[in-house]
Design a protein around this ligand. Structure first.
Ligand code: HEM
Length: 435
């Protein structure tokens, strides 16, 4: 059976082709791009080791919600933390399998909450009976992933200060930060990604309802990137709102460099195989950026805008391209470095940071206009790493001091979450933290 069958009336027909609406699609071997498009709509199976939504290709839509626990005393907060993690484990798994309708009652859940045993107060008696609401009726799973994180603030609220892992230490104030507290931080976070915006919305909504009463939403950030349906090559590096190819020199999932950069190897047992997620809402000052010539834009980053090749690479006609390695020592006829001293890729490259990398998996955001009528749009930077103290923090310190990009961006919010490994069979995310 074809991945994604059931979407848009897509069904396997007679012979080797498939039918979408009235259109007959050619067989997959003659249509590799179509095969990729169908694959991105399929349900995502976890690997049983790590949470989904980290190493996998980022689907087109993001709904990222940070929550605070409502309980004020540590004992209740701790019970609530366990209940929420259990509900999101079961609920996330059900949603990712592609439950398309109605596990939860329409019209909202009673206020109160789940406890690890079942009910608190007027409570909700749900544990894991998640399903999309009607808003997603008729849609497939659309590559949905649900990824859950825990903030240091949540552990403190639950009286678990002593169990805060070193890498979850608060990100220090950094030069140039213009952070809005209300858009940052959080006790808990849920990252929902899907190729379809209705599916992403519905899943995020249902997960919020599963924890109703125990948590209150603190902030939400929606994000997007190009859809697989529109892209000439859905596997190509996506562009951000500045038009740059963004993600070129990321560690490759599955490589030794990725494993080292992303998965927590030491530290407390409950985080082994997990990772730490740095979120930064970075506004782009697009009006200024768009006044630059294309060459000047390339110099800011250190890569050509058209094909993403480093400025040290030969022209495309001579074989230079996105995958050509950056040569930071190369100089032009005038003796100046081809990749400028203040270029973004020089200042952030792992070779200047003790070899420590991070995995960037951010999304563009567009939150309309500010009071001056300028776009409040930019990059919702998401980076997974084994220890932000040795990756994000020193890299951002360096960037804040002299990155040529600083003229065109502004960091407006910040958050950090511990993303535990996949739950044990039959158990829940972060279980060993609470046992
Ligand atoms: C590389 C854009 C913020 C870390 C790049 C590249 C672009 C880019 C176009 C080159 C292509 C690539 O390798 O992905 C941006 C924009 C940002 C931003 C527009 C803000 C709006 C950040 C931040 C960090 C960061 C906050 C970390 C603190 C990196 C790293 C690389 C990179 C590590 C790879 C450099 C290399 O090894 O070549 N970024 N970036 N970026 N960026 Fe950013």
């Amino acid at each position: 059976m074809l991945a994604g069958a059931g979407l848009f009336g897509l069904g396997a027909g007679a012979g080797t082709g498939v039918t979408v609406g009235t259109q007959r699609l050619v067989p997959e071997r003659a249509d590799p791009v179509g095969a990729v498009r169908r694959a991105v709509l399929a349900p995502v199976a976890g690997d049983g080791v790590h949470q989904p939504g980290i190493a996998a290709r980022a689907p087109a839509h993001l709904v990222f919600t940070a929550y605070d626990l409502t309980a004020t005393d540590p004992v209740a907060a701790r019970a609530a933390l366990g209940a929420v993690l259990r509900a999101w484990t079961d609920g996330g798994q059900t949603l990712m399998r592609g439950a398309s309708q109605g596990g939860l009652p329409q019209g909202g859940l009673p206020q109160g909450g789940v406890s690890q045993g079942g009910v608190v107060g007027s409570g909700v008696v749900r544990s894991g009976a998640a399903g999309m609401g009607r808003e997603a009726a008729g849609l497939g799973p659309a590559g949905l992933t649900v990824t859950v994180g825990i903030g240091a603030a949540g552990l403190r609220r639950a009286g678990l200060d002593a169990r805060i892992p070193g890498p979850l230490a608060d990100i220090p104030a950094l030069p140039g930060d213009r952070l809005e507290a209300a858009r940052g931080g959080g006790d808990l976070a849920v990252q929902v990604c899907a190729e379809d915006p209705m599916v992403a919305f519905a899943a995020a909504r249902q997960l919020g309802r599963l924890a109703a009463g125990l948590v209150r939403p603190r902030w939400v950030q929606r994000g997007f990137q190009r859809t697989a349906a529109a892209a000439a090559d859905p596997t190509a590096t996506p562009r951000n709102l500045m038009g740059q190819l963004d993600g070129t020199n990321n560690p490759r999932p599955g490589s030794a460099q990725f494993d080292l950069a992303v998965w927590a190897a030491g530290g407390p047992a409950w985080m082994r195989g997990g990772t730490y997620l740095v979120c930064r809402r970075i506004r782009m000052l697009l009006e200024s950026w768009e006044r630059l010539t294309e060459d000047a834009r390339g110099e800011v980053v250190g890569r050509r805008i058209d094909d993403g090749a480093p400025l040290s690479a030969p022209p495309a006609a001579a074989g230079g391209g996105e995958d050509t390695a950056s040569d930071f020592a190369a100089r032009g006829p005038d003796g100046r470095p081809l990749i400028a001293d203040n270029a973004h890729i020089r200042l952030s490259n792992p070779q200047f940071h003790g070899g420590v990398a991070m995995f960037r998996r951010g999304y563009s955001y567009d939150d309309g206009l500010d009071a001056a009528g300028e776009p409040d749009a930019g990059l919702f930077f998401l980076a997974f790493q084994a220890d932000p103290r040795t990756s994000f923090v020193p890299v951002q310190r360096t960037l804040a001091a002299s990155d040529a990009l600083n003229t065109f961006i502004r960091h407006t919010a910040s958050a950090l979450f511990a993303v535990p490994p996949a739950p044990p069979a039959g158990g829940y995310l972060g279980q060993s933290l609470l046992e």
